[in-house]
Structures are given as C-alpha cells and as structure tokens.
Design a protein around this ligand. Structure first.
Ligand SMILES: O=P(O)(O)OC[C@@H](O)[C@@H](O)c1c[nH]c2ccccc12
Length: 273
C-alpha cells in the first residue's frame, strides 16, 4: 500500500478505523447472485445498468439520510437499479453490516458490500454477492481476490489509474471499478474513467464509479466503455431537495432512452458531491 500520508485526512481516518475493527466469527460461505446476469437483464430491458448505492452520509456529503436503508434500496430497485451497493463502514459513512443483511433479504438483485476490507478476516463480517477491494489500500491483492472467491464473493477491484489497473489485471480481477474520485484530495474528475477504460481488456466488466449526477454524465461514461455505473450521492439526494430516490434512479437508468428530450439534463451543472 502507498503511504497514508498521500491520502486526504478523512481517508486516513477511515483507514485507521478500519484497522481497528475486528473480523467476523468463522468463515462466510456465500451463494452469490451473479452481477453479469443482473447487468445483462438491465441491458435486455433497455435500462442503463446502474449499481445504486445506499450511502447514508460520506466525508464529502452534506448531511445524513436517516431513512430506513431497506426502503431506500427498494426504491432504487423500483427505479430500475441493476444492483445495490451498501456502505457498511460505520464511522464515516453511517453504514452497518446489519443494514446490508436486511437489504439483501428484501431485494432480489445482487448486493455489493462497500467497505474498507484490508485483511482476509474483514471479509467474514457479512454475506454479500460482491465485495469491494481497493487496490490502493491492500498489500496482498492476489491473496484477497482468492480469499474472496473461496467464500463465494464476486470481488469488485477498485482502481484509480492505469498502474492500478495493471495490478488488478495481474491479480486476475474480472470485475473492475474505476473510481473517478481521487482518494488523495477527494476530488472527482470523470476523465479518470475515460483515461483508464481504453486500457482494460474487453472481457473485463468495467464499472465507472463516483461523481455522476446527470443523464449526460451517464452517457459520457457509457460512451467511454462503462458496462455499469456506480452512483451514490446523486441517487441519495444528499442535502438537496431531490429526495425521491426512485425518481433519481430512474432518470439515470433511462439516460439512454430519452436522449433528446431529457429536460433534467439541465441539472448537469449541480455541484459534484
Ligand atoms: O456518491 P458518488 O459520487 O456517486 O460515488 C459512489 C461511489 O462510487 C463511492 O461511494 C465510492 C467509490 N469507491 C469507494 C470506496 C469506499 C467508499 C465509497 C466509495
């Protein structure tokens, strides 16, 4: 792992908290719902494959949503989300493993566990269909990818630049997320995905992560090669008056079916959250 000192203070504090958290008892054994099947179902249905994220708050969000996470996830599925991502990090994102378990029982789409898993033991906290591994934060990516698969998880390996993409590919990652947010300064730049995506082989499932808020952003990432998009803040409507999660999801999942007439595109310029 790169030195923590290159990371934003909020991220350093997240990692410290992650190192202090304990693992689960025993080893989980997951019967996972396939992400690729879920993405194919969305495509067949004319929906943009969106992984909608239940993220009560974050270091860059204004305010916290205290709604029932299960209701939020159900509203996302109603808006056409192909899969759900659940932040389980408790100290900076307001998440919990229990919320993920309840969500996974209530929806039939795949559920991603979004957390800062640094060691194998950290995987055994809760069952999920997909597990996030962040290249920048882990020392033994190969070992963690193998450990995740042994438990039945589909590992989603997160990268931020071409060098990290290489590391992910060498570790045998089949599902790769390119985070548009730079963990050094927490700034978002959609060009990140555009610069990394062309280097990825076609057989990789490529996910654009973070910073998309409008149908135009969605189309931009799709044109750059995104098989799916991971969207949190714009769907959660943090601190804004756009609190209708189903509507927020729908305007993104329908971004390719309403190309010319989408008046909501005017919200493109809203601040990146
Ligand atoms: O809220 P946004 O900008 O739509 O981003 C969602 C997701 O990509 C972001 O929450 C995220 C991407 N990688 C992470 C790693 C840890 C915690 C959070 C994340």
């Amino acid at each position: 792992m790169n030195s923590d000192t290159e990371l934003a203070p909020a991220v350093q504090s997240i990692l410290e908290a992650a190192r202090e958290r304990s693992g689960g008892d025993g080893v989980v054994d997951v019967d996972a719902r396939s992400l690729s099947d879920a993405l194919a179902r969305a495509e067949a249905d004319g929906r943009v494959p969106v992984i909608a994220e239940v993220k009560p708050t974050s270091p860059t969000a204004d305010g916290t949503r205290a709604d029932d996470p299960v209701e939020l996830a159900q509203a996302m599925v109603e808006g056409g989300a192909a899969a759900i991502s659940v932040l389980t990090e408790p100290t900076h994102f307001g998440g919990s493993p229990e919320a993920l378990t309840r969500i996974r029982a209530a929806v039939d789409v795949p559920v991603l566990r979004k957390d800062f898993v640094l060691e194998e033991e950290g995987m055994d906290v809760v069952e999920a269909d997909l597990l996030l591994l962040i290249v920048r934060f882990v020392d033994d990516l190969d070992g963690l990818v193998a450990a995740a698969r042994e438990r039945g998880f589909q590992p989603l390996v997160e990268v931020h630049d071409r060098a990290e993409l290489e590391t992910a590919l060498e570790a045998g990652a089949e599902i790769i997320g390119v985070n548009n947010r730079d963990l050094a300064n927490l700034e978002v730049d959609l060009e990140t995905f555009e610069s990394v995506a062309p280097e990825a082989p076609d057989d990789v499932t490529l996910i654009a992560e973070s910073g998309m808020s409008s149908p135009a952003d969605v189309r931009r990432m799709r044109e750059a090669g995104a098989d799916a998009l991971l969207v949190g803040s714009a769907i959660m409507g943090h601190g804004a008056d756009d609190s209708d999660v189903t509507a927020n999801t729908r305007r993104l999942t329908r971004a390719e079916s309403a190309k010319t007439t989408d008046v909501t595109d005017s919200r493109t310029e809203t601040e990146t959250r």
